[in-house]
Ligand binder design. Structure first.
Ligand code: FAD
Length: 291
């Protein structure tokens, strides 16, 4: 069903008007239509960083990664020339899917403007060619592009968002699915309680929902991640590799917690401070925006 318009009606009900003409009234409308939502209002920001990736599910003349291996980020730049090393970095994300089928994807973590699909495709083939690997069969091509640092939506509005529409993508990793699964039950429980109060209007219900979705703790963590993302985007390939070498020296609980956004705020501040202290000077300067 396609939403066309959402109207307030005496502040108690919202009305969704579909392209078909069908009208649906509800006390609370939740918009889960992704990051391009027309209805969720948020502050305007012009330079939105995007994660872009080009991937292939297919068969190859020799395995692009070892059997049963999953590669989160291979930033090795051996196949790039000096000019390419200076441009926006990208990494290989890959996995063995079994039956001699692999998924390989060249990913730009975040960039403004976004790296083009053609550029990422070229980089992926160059990476494979440098290892003497040819693509022998393509089952599926993946073209990925989504915003990493959409501003958080306003809390006082008639529609509640969820997912990309609610800026729930992790600004430093691009992950969201795990976080949606973790955060949905609490939101549903709270909304069930709020909906039992008949005097609450659409605006009040949605605003209460936004408070549950983006409480102080998660908002502060989001700001820290956004700061981190802005600094990472200014790093060239060598500085970025240096950053990630250091990042993956954190304990598994720490780096996994950082990427999944499950560290409580004090622990996140501790981990980010530890990262900073242990970083080489060139990364420290980049994090402080001193060069
Ligand atoms: C290629 C790709 C790979 C990704 N990989 C990962 C990953 O591995 N892990 C991870 O955590 N995140 C990943 N992400 C990021 C993010 O988790 C996904 O983008 C996720 O699908 C976003 O979920 P969503 O529900 O907000 O929006 P979507 O999945 O985009 O769903 C929105 C739905 O709303 C529908 N819709 C839109 N407008 C209307 C309308 N007006 N009326 C009715 N329906 C409408 C759309 O058709 C769509 O079905 C990836 C993103 C992309 C693009």
């Amino acid at each position: 069903m396609k939403q066309q318009k959402i109207l307030k009606k005496k502040n108690k009900l919202s009305e969704v008007i579909c392209f078909s003409g069908l009208k649906i009234k509800a006390r609370l409308v939740i918009d889960a239509s992704g990051h391009k939502s027309n209805f969720v209002k948020r502050p305007v920001q012009n330079e939105i960083a995007q994660q872009a990736a080009y991937g292939i599910v297919g068969k190859f003349t020799s395995p692009p990664v070892s059997k049963e291996q999953f590669v989160l980020m291979d930033f090795r730049p051996n196949h790039l020339n000096n000019e390419e090393k200076l441009s926006s970095p990208s990494f290989l994300y890959a996995m063995d899917l079994g039956n001699e089928t692999f998924f390989v994807e060249e990913t730009s973590l975040a960039s403004y403007p976004a790296l083009s699909q053609e550029n990422l495709k070229k980089r992926l083939y160059k990476r494979l060619n440098s290892k003497g690997i040819k693509v022998s069969e393509i089952f599926h091509e993946e073209n990925c592009l989504f915003p990493m640092n959409l501003p958080l939506p306003f809390k006082k509005q008639f529609v509640l968002g969820f997912g990309g529409a609610a800026s729930m993508v992790h600004p430093a990793s691009g992950y969201m699915v795990g976080s949606l699964l973790r955060r949905a039950p609490l939101l549903a429980q709270k909304l069930a309680i709020f909906l039992k109060e008949p005097q609450l209007s659409s605006l009040e219900l949605a605003s209460k929902g936004w408070e549950v979705l983006w409480p102080y703790e998660l908002t502060q963590r989001h700001k820290l991640y956004q700061y981190g993302l802005r600094r990472l985007m200014s790093f060239d390939e060598s500085r970025l590799r240096s950053f990630f070498s250091n990042f993956f020296r954190l304990s598994t609980n720490e780096w996994v917690g950082f990427l999944t956004n499950t560290l409580p705020l004090p622990k996140l501040i501790y981990v980010m401070s530890k990262m900073f202290i242990n970083s080489p000077l060139k990364v420290k300067l980049g994090m402080l925006k001193l060069n």
